[in-house]
Design a protein around this ligand. Sequence first.
Ligand SMILES: Nc1ncnc2c1ncn2[C@@H]1O[C@H](COP(=O)(O)OP(=O)(O)OP(=O)(O)O)[C@@H](O)[C@H]1O
Length: 582
Amino acid sequence: MLVRAIGKYKWLLTAALVTMLVEVGAALWQPSFMKDILSTMASLSLSTSGKVGKVSGYGIALIAIAVVGLIGSILNTIAAAKLAQAVSADLRENTFRKIQTFSYADIERFKSENLVVRMTNDINQIQMLLMMTFQILIRVPLLFVGSFVLSIITMPQLWWVIVVMVVLIVIVTGLSMRAMGPHFGAFQKLMDKINAIAKDNLRGARVVKSFVQERNQEAKFDKESDDLLGHNLTVGYIFAAMIPAFTIISQLAIFVAILFISFGITQSASFAQDQLGGIMSFIQYMMQIMFAIIMGGMMSMFASRGFVSIGRIRQVLEATPSMSFPDTPTETLSGDVTFEHVSFSYPDDEKPTLKDVSFELKSGQQVGIVGATGAGKSTLAQLIPRLFDPSEGTVKVGGKDLKTLSRKTLNSTVSIVLQKAILFSGTIAGNLKQGNSAATKDDMDRAAQIAQAAEFINRLPNRYDAEVVERANNFSGGQKQRLSITRGVIKQPKVLILDDSTSALDARSEKLVQEAFDKELKNTTTIIIAQKISSVVHADTILVMDQGRLVAQGTHNELVETSDVYRHIYDTQKAQGDDADE
Ligand SMILES: Nc1ncnc2c1ncn2[C@@H]1O[C@H](COP(=O)(O)OP(=O)(O)OP(=O)(O)O)[C@@H](O)[C@H]1O
């Protein structure tokens, strides 16, 4: 996945690698000039003016290499950042495009919040990993091997000092990483929790304020925040011990090297001239080796989080959508709806939510669905626009199995207005056009009239161009419901499902909506899921659901006579003073 994504940006990749080589080359070359400078200074055969000339030459070369290294480093940072941003933008778009192919069931399986985290946080982690890879991770082994080889070439007799230092640094780095590892893992989890609390608290601000929950929310937040602080402090303590440990190891290595060379110097003057410069570059190489090991250890720790994110994005990109629509020509269907022995279980739910449900609805009928909370009414309704496929049995619209219909045919035939009115930020017109992209002003007027939304839309200064803010917070619950009913009827579907979507409307508006349906949607099969019997009392037929089963079907009068479940609901609502008979 990543290799293919990076391969698309060959030029940036080449630029990042070449600039990194320049940077590493400069870092490895610099110490040898230091050696030449010091050797020249210690030279017994050169005059003072000769020494000054030579040392200046080496000095200029040293600065030139440092500048080349610096330019390499700047260009490498730019190339690595551009490459990481371009690749992560592609991944984000591909993930989003893939999610668009998911069925509602697939989104339920992944959980929508989880998909949002994958598209934001995980893609950011991958972007950071790519940055680190092209800036540091590839550089580390090159720098390590280069410095190791050059240090041994510079001072072959001190090879063992390097080996002992490497072993000690690897041990200290390994132990520190082991101690820090679980804390890094805990960081991520706590950050997720803190984000969730902050999000819940802000999203549910009205609940928090009205139930005076600020103290509880603060206590929850403080607890997680204190835990995070604890982990932060522990990592800080480990760092605090690690840095002096590295300093001690490096100082010891330098001390041993200098001690060894000092013995040589006392024995011969020519040895001193040879080795004085060497010891300087040797020490520089040692420092680079130490830097490479520490960076390698630290980066691999951060990189592990990036690898987890790659796995999570791959899961999405490689998921096979559980539902596909055949590419059949668009058909015009009637509004007949048939369920044949339909059973349905939600993913990960062992118990079926719908059990062997069969019924037949004729085009143009007004249908009510009633039943206790959790009886399976919404689930049944969601099978008609194929938000889910049944586990067993067949659902038909216009006499055709839904699985044989193209997405376009199904979309133009069936429309569902969900229990929760969900509107998107933008304008009213933008939201209505989701129901029918070709809708004209007249279509909007007609639909708004049916849904009893015209009255408040006409009062808005910009009418259909009025702004809808995030989560449509600038509209009341009833207005949101009317707008989503408008969106549902605008395409004049053959089957219209209203899932408890008039619950926030006052009794008069609800009645007006129903009268408009009777008049304007004569050929549309209207399926109304209702908590109140009064909402469906005039329906041509009413389906009574109980614990996932269809236990009765008939008109209100028939059901009052024949169905215990229906009569029970009716009597309860009558006792509560509901106007079911009106
Ligand atoms: N997305 C889901 N994942 C898992 N289980 C679900 C899901 N949606 C609903 N259920 C379960 O299926 C059962 C039926 O729910 P459904 O929403 O269809 O009932 P309902 O009759 O419409 O209830 P209500 O009148 O309260 O809206 C419930 O037990 C519910 O917990």
